[in-house]
Design a protein around this ligand. Structure first.
Ligand code: SAM
Length: 223
């Protein structure tokens, strides 16, 4: 992938520093891994907080009426999204997970769907919910293996309108620059998807905070 934008404006030494900090942060521990021990309003949220800030900027700018999240885990990211929707005054969240948890936070803006994000009935249900929406934001954060993410991209990208975003989480694994042992993952899925879909591109502006788990993963539909 081309390295234009904020990160490639850095010197080689600065870039190495940024990559090194990704490794330090990703692998740091406070009990559990720090990113696995981060909470929104008391609910575990498996995110880098700087990415949540970028989410907030996208939500404020685009004001999606539907946010589709694959991968609920403890429900912290769904609750965060719903909280920002409360502040903005619009939007609903549908969060999909293959597992169901009793402790998922209840919130009037959140609906949970249980099943695999790539299963036909689940994709059909989400497509039905998105049909009447003016703006849809999609966040892919379930099974991070390449083929699954690519299948999600193919299933859910058509729901996003021109100018809208699809966020692929955890593109930094498989050595980009963390978890070199991971194997083909979200980064490789994005590479393939962009080869197939020239109307989509990476929003380099989302590199501005330098630390992100979703480097190359903030995708924007151009038309
Ligand atoms: C990285 S966690 C999600 C983190 C959550 N979005 C957050 O930020 O707090 C991944 C979740 O994806 C779920 N998952 C794994 N494979 C899945 C699939 N095929 N479809 C839907 N969810 C899946 C797992 O059960 C797990 O809860």
């Amino acid at each position: 992938m081309p390295r234009d934008g904020y990160l490639s404006d850095l010197s080689g030494e600065q870039h190495a520093l940024v990559d090194g900090f990704h490794e330090l942060y990703y692998n740091s521990r406070y009990g559990n891994r720090t990113w696995g021990n981060t909470q929104w309003l008391g609910v575990r949220t498996l995110k880098c907080p700087l990415d949540l800030w970028l989410y907030q900027e996208i939500l404020y700018e685009r004001r999606p009426d539907l946010i589709v999240e694959t991968g609920t885990a403890y429900g912290g990211s769904a609750l965060y999204l719903a909280s920002i929707c409360d502040l903005i005054g619009s939007g609903a969240v549908v969060s999909i997970d293959i597992e169901s948890r009793q402790e998922w936070p209840r919130h009037p803006r959140i609906a949970y769907v249980q099943g695999s994000s790539t299963a036909g009935p689940v994709v059909a249900e989400i497509t039905r919910r998105a049909a009447a929406c003016r703006e849809v934001l999609v966040i892919l954060d379930s099974d991070h293996r390449r083929d699954h993410v690519l299948a999600e991209l193919r299933a859910y990208a058509p729901l996003v309108r021109a100018g809208g975003y699809l966020i692929v989480e955890d593109t930094i694994v498989n050595g980009h620059p963390v978890r070199a042992d991971f194997g083909p993952g979200p980064y490789e899925a994005v590479e393939q998807f962009l080869r197939e879909q020239p109307t989509w591109s990476v929003d380099r502006g989302m590199e501005k905070l330098l630390l992100s788990f979703n480097r190359n993963g903030y995708l924007r539909r151009n038309q």
